[in-house]
Unconditional design. Structure first.
Length: 229
């Protein structure tokens, strides 16, 4: 009976080594690529928010790996801020990150509740980190519908005019339940009603006709100016 001859298979060492080298090289290159840090970050659209605040909020102040942070993840973190209305995050060629911020517009400081009130009616506690050029509402508007209407009217004001208002007081009378008194930085006072709130945008034009005189401007009923004695 013939004996079976078992042939030993030769292991091809060279192709195996080449394959292992290719795997190692791909791993190293891939790891280096994935860990390549963000090269540049641009932030646009901000008026009062500082870049450092936004970078810390998005957790990218250390310029981490470009592919370790997703645009959606960064956007979500930025929009968690009570000061941010919307964040648009885009990744660009060669590890560049572009961030466009749409801030909420601060309208006034609620002196009773100690809150900053924004254009979307959201409110945040007073924060000394930010210096807003906004007036103070000295008393409460208990009617929620009227309060929202007041916020809406305030949001329509021109930035320059809004910056000139120092204090606001809700002062309804028996004839007008929507009446407000605005104290201006220059020492003048203005009476307004919600239905004619936009009249304050013509404040600078009126000033030009007063020849430097100080007094009270009535824009709630009729348009006349009472000079201070």
């Amino acid at each position: 009976m013939a004996k079976k001859v078992i042939k030993k298979k030769k292991i091809r060492i060279v192709p195996l080594i080449v394959l292992l080298l290719i795997v190692v090289i791909l791993f190293v290159v891939g790891d280096m690529y994935l860990n390549t840090k963000i090269k540049n970050i641009t932030i646009t659209g901000t008026n009062y928010l500082k870049d450092d605040y936004l970078l810390d909020l998005a957790q990218i102040s250390s310029y981490p790996g470009f592919f370790k942070k997703t645009s959606f993840g960064i956007k979500k973190k930025l929009e968690s801020s009570p000061y941010v209305k919307e964040a648009i995050v885009k990744k660009r060629f060669y590890h560049v990150l572009n961030i466009e911020i749409k801030e909420k517009r601060p309208l006034f400081f609620d002196d009773i509740n100690k809150k900053i009130v924004f254009d979307d009616t959201t409110q945040v506690n007073e924060d000394n980190k930010y210096s807003f050029r906004i007036p103070r509402l000295l008393n409460s508007i208990t009617d929620k519908t009227k309060y929202k209407k007041f916020i809406n009217r305030m949001n329509r004001l021109d930035d320059d005019i809004l910056g000139k208002v120092s204090e606001i007081e809700y002062v309804p009378n028996e004839y007008d339940k929507d009446r407000f008194l605005l104290s201006m930085d220059d020492g003048n006072s203005v009476y307004l009603t919600l239905t004619k709130f936009e009249m304050i945008d013509y404040y600078d034009d009126v000033l030009g006709q007063l020849e430097g005189k100080k007094g009270i401007l009535y824009l709630d009923s009729g348009n006349h100016f009472k000079i201070m004695e």
